[in-house]
Design a protein around this ligand. Structure first.
Ligand code: ZN
Length: 261
């Protein structure tokens, strides 16, 4: 079975910053798509902020199994109605992988429901990523730890909800630590947050980073049909109960009524 991945890139730094543009001539999204393309079971497409509807039309979202999200400079430019549509698809079972500065994206903050704040420092520090959940599918084939020589520091406290699982913890040369690989479940959707990926460093050329992303696409993929009923809120009238019950007390709603939203 082929997993249909869509890499969404904000595509601003690549256009405005010389360093980033030279590092990622095909865009960061283009390089991330290349990493996924090393896996024959993943088919990869890309979309960017500047596309009509940010490249996230109903048709595209319906045909996406796992969405990867890289944004940083202008989270506010992402339209709220598109964010709402992406969230609906996550609840219905689309996988979502949020990368690096995507911690402040509208979609991540909506799905987390918390500020998602953290400490940071741009000093080209060595990041040592410890695999703290070695039998987790996202950690498959990884050593006990691996290093990225140049990275931005992200430090705790990271104000996200307690995760379902912690797969990675990062250490930085300056002394800070960070929960850098976290899983969540929202509705039928699997969500993975992966920390590395600062735009001025060649992080998306790191073989270990590619391995994590490919593993994460497989992990996040939900092969079940879209769970659209998750949005329903049906009224079950007295006459339809599994065992007979007697209606008591005053009521506001008529039997079978749709109810308020
Ligand atoms: Zn960064």
């Amino acid at each position: 079975m082929t997993i249909r991945a869509l890499v969404w890139g904000e595509n601003i730094h690549e256009q405005k910053n010389k360093v980033v543009g030279e590092l990622y001539p095909e865009g960061m999204h283009g390089q991330i798509a290349k990493l996924l393309g090393e896996d024959g079971e993943i088919s990869t497409a890309t979309a960017v902020l500047q596309d009509p509807d940010h490249g996230l039309t109903d048709e595209v979202l319906a045909q996406t199994d796992v969405l990867l999200w890289w944004g940083h400079a202008d989270h506010a430019a992402v339209r709220d109605d598109i964010v709402e549509k992406v969230a609906r698809r996550v609840y219905e079972g689309m996988g979502l992988i949020v990368l690096h500065s995507g911690h402040f994206s509208k979609i991540f903050k909506k799905l987390m429901g918390t500020p998602c704040g953290l400490k940071w420092r741009e000093a080209g520090e060595r990041e040592r990523i410890w695999v703290v959940n070695p039998r987790h599918p996202i950690a498959r084939g990884l050593p006990e730890h691996f290093e990225i020589e140049y990275e931005e520091m992200y430090g705790e406290p990271f104000s996200v909800p307690e995760p379902l699982e912690t797969v990675f913890i990062s250490w930085f040369q300056g002394g800070e630590v960070f929960r850098s690989g976290l899983t969540y479940r929202r509705g039928a959707g699997n969500i993975f947050y992966f920390r590395p990926g600062h735009e001025t460093y060649p992080t998306y050329f790191e073989p270990m980073v590619g391995k994590v992303l490919r593993n994460a696409v497989h992990w996040a993929h939900n092969s079940d049909a879209a769970y659209t009923a998750i949005h329903d809120a049906p009224n079950v009238p007295v006459g339809a109960t599994l065992e007979p019950i007697e209606e008591r007390g005053p009521k506001l709603h008529a039997d079978g009524e749709e109810g308020f939203r």
